[in-house]
Design a protein around this ligand. Structure first.
Ligand SMILES: O=C(O)CCC(=O)C(=O)O
Ligand SMILES: [Fe+2]
Length: 259
């Protein structure tokens, strides 16, 4: 089964173009395609977004080099995910088994000015050999939905990422060369009072032995509104109680990583 994620080509308006050089028509067309993807699937695939592939390859390589370091060195960077003080660090596999605002077109941009609780996550899924102890129904990353506004997701070509489609079944989010996936998280779901849904996803162990025996790597970037931003339904519906970005994130992290 192929993935049902809509693909949007950003060639005409990507990171290499100045916004003032792009017509409103182009912006409107692209926005309509992206909103359509987010309100039906919750994921979109972007091509020609303007980040050179060799830079992304370098990032993956550096991340892989880090994960290949001896445990005692990686241990120095060990952390429990928490927000409030120090953010980020290395987390061992044992700790984690795996209505647009009408009045201000810059509304969303202005909520992400500092990026103080946004950040990347580098994921390394070890190769599975005949010696690996794989439990029945074990998966690489359990089903979950993301917490922030949007998540950018770059993956290598091993595969295994799946998203829950509207009929409840998981379908593959197949890796495609030159395609970055973006999915929405709980913040955007709250902002839009459920017009955009934060889709559940997971990473399963590949069925084919040759793929299982490969390490899988992905790099994700969680965009989270700045810590003091108040997240509330922008249609005025009060479907969700207002909450700060930091409080929402802390609640979700506490639920995921209980003391
Ligand atoms: O590894 C992946 O492709 C997905 C990771 C993910 O969904 C997450 O870290 O939130
Ligand atoms: Fe995720």
């Amino acid at each position: 089964m192929t993935s049902a994620i809509p693909i949007v080509d950003l060639q005409e308006f990507n990171l290499t173009k100045a916004p003032e050089d792009v017509s409103d028509d182009v912006k409107r067309q692209l926005a309509a395609q992206i909103i359509n993807a987010f309100s039906t699937v919750g994921f979109v695939g972007l091509t020609n977004y303007g980040i050179p592939q060799d830079k992304l390859n370098m990032l993956m390589k550096e991340a892989r080099n880090f994960f290949n370091l001896p445990e005692n060195i990686k241990q120095k960077y060990s952390c429990r995910p928490q927000y409030g003080d120090e953010i980020g660090g290395w987390e061992h596999i044992g700790q984690e088994q795996y209505g647009i605002h009408k009045h201000d077109p810059n509304y969303f941009k202005n909520q992400h000015k500092k990026g103080d609780i946004s950040g990347p996550r580098y994921l390394y899924y070890p190769a599975i050999t005949s010696q690996t102890d794989v439990k029945p129904n074990q998966i690489r990353c359990g089903e979950h939905s993301d917490y922030g506004s949007i998540t950018l997701l770059f993956q290598d070509d091993v595969g295994g990422l799946q998203l829950r489609s509207r009929n409840g079944k998981f379908v593959p989010a197949t890796p495609k060369a030159g395609t970055m996936y973006i999915n929405i998280g709980e913040v955007l779901q709250r902002w839009t009072a459920d017009k955009l849904i934060s889709t559940e996803h997971r990473v399963v162990i590949p069925e084919t032995p040759s793929d299982r025996e490969k390490v899988r790597m992905s790099v994700v970037y969680f965009a989270q509104p700045d810590r003091d931003c108040l997240i509330q339904c922008l249609d005025g519906s009060d479907k969700y109680e207002p909450i700060t970005s930091l409080e929402l994130l802390s609640r979700r992290l506490k639920a995921t990583y209980p003391e």
